[in-house]
Design a protein. Structure first.
Length: 67
């Protein structure tokens, strides 16, 4: 029965730490976008890069040759 004098305050302290960590994570934006990373995996990024509007078609710089 005397162990309750130790366990009850310890449980309250641990619960307080958990509540603090939860509130910190909400304020720091940890739960803002839960679905974005899952959808980002499925997006196709194989599209060719678009050229700039000020560049002329047919004129591209060739990369330097390696020896």
């Amino acid at each position: 029965m005397e162990i309750l004098y130790l366990l009850v305050p310890l449980a309250v302290i641990i619960a307080g730490v958990i509540v603090w960590a939860f509130l910190w994570s909400i304020r720091s934006g940890q739960f803002d976008d839960l679905e974005g990373p899952a959808h980002r995996i499925l997006m196709d990024e194989d599209d060719a890069p678009r050229r700039k509007p000020d560049s002329k078609p047919g004129r591209t710089k060739k990369p330097p040759r390696r020896r």
